[in-house]
Design a protein around this ligand. Structure first.
Ligand SMILES: Nc1ncnc2c1ncn2[C@@H]1O[C@H](COP(=O)(O)OP(=O)(O)OP(=O)(O)O)[C@@H](O)[C@H]1O
Ligand SMILES: [Mg+2]
Length: 273
């Protein structure tokens, strides 16, 4: 039970209306006003919609994000700004301890920035509380964790389906296809502890991709694999993400793997270079 609660806490179990739905409702209401007022209100709403539509072109927008862990002598992130478009794939490198996982956790809404803005699809996550961020994240942002975070009491099949079920997007066929393409079909009935590190990593990838998130954050998703398998899994991850049109932010220590992505950034002294 404690494990189940922890899992729900990690992956989020709340749902909120999106800003788009609110905007659409305002726009509908304004067009029903009579005469000039209606026209002015419509123009005003259109300009708001245009502004949001422009912002919405950007899947991810970070502005001057800072983060210092309590008790730490120095800031981990010192004003990070970044835009990522839909369908764009970015590799993030940096020394161990440079803050790559921290940055991914802030984008994934798993932690909060001290200052700055983290916006996904035009919605700033920074004013949201834990429940609000969890609700927003569900189904929209998928995180492949560096430590996998599989649920030990669930089979591979149930682990793969877990987040998709939470997001109300479980599709048996898609789960089966993911398991097959990631070479997990013979392991579906097993528990995580019965798998090798590389197999667990592939379950984590399948679980994250099952709900078809708009943004995939992958923290060293091939860190436990030999070079040849890492190449194959990264190519597969890129294919699977591309098929859904999602954005991908991939953290890796490997320059070789980073070069396979069209865009690369390096985290150094708390800044992106
Ligand atoms: N929850 C935490 N509380 C306090 N300090 C933390 C916490 N998480 C990370 N840190 C510290 O913040 C710094 C950045 O950690 P982070 O895990 O983001 O680095 P990283 O670039 O992902 O490293 P690696 O490549 O080894 O995974 C490190 O100095 C780490 O010790
Ligand atoms: Mg890390």
């Amino acid at each position: 039970m404690a494990r189940a609660c922890m899992a729900l806490d990690i992956y989020g179990c709340f749902w909120t209306l999106s800003d788009h739905a609110h905007l659409a409702m305002h726009f509908d209401a304004s067009t029903r006003l009579p005469g000039t007022a209606a026209t002015l209100a419509s123009y005003s709403c259109l300009s708001v919609l245009n502004r949001f539509a422009k912002d919405d072109l950007m899947l991810l927008r970070l502005r001057d994000v800072t983060k210092t862990y309590p008790g730490a002598a120095a800031a981990v992130l010192r004003g990070v700004s970044l835009d990522l478009e839909r369908g764009e794939m970015l590799a993030l490198t940096g020394e161990s301890g440079s803050g790559k996982s921290t940055l991914l956790h802030l984008i994934g809404g798993l932690d909060t920035a001290d200052s700055g803005a983290v916006a996904i699809d035009g919605t700033d996550l920074t004013p949201l509380d834990d429940a609000g961020r969890a609700g927003f994240r569900r189904g929209k942002v998928g995180v492949i964790f560096q430590q996998f975070n599989l649920i030990p009491s669930l089979t591979v099949a149930a682990n793969i389906a877990f987040q998709a079920r939470l997001a109300g997007r479980h599709d048996k066929d898609r789960a089966g296809t993911l398991a097959k393409r990631l070479g997990l079909r013979d392991h579906l009935h097993k528990y995580p502890e019965q798998l090798s590190g590389g197999q667990q990593q592939r379950v984590a990838i399948a679980r994250t991709l099952a709900p078809q998130p708009d943004l995939v954050l992958a923290d060293e998703p091939t860190g436990n694999l030999d070079e040849a398998t890492a190449d194959t899994v990264l190519a597969l991850l890129q294919d699977l993400v591309a098929e859904t049109g999602a954005g991908l932010m991939l953290v890796t220590h490997s320059e070789r793997l980073a070069k396979r992505l069209p865009r690369r950034l390096h985290l150094q002294a708390g800044c992106l270079v």
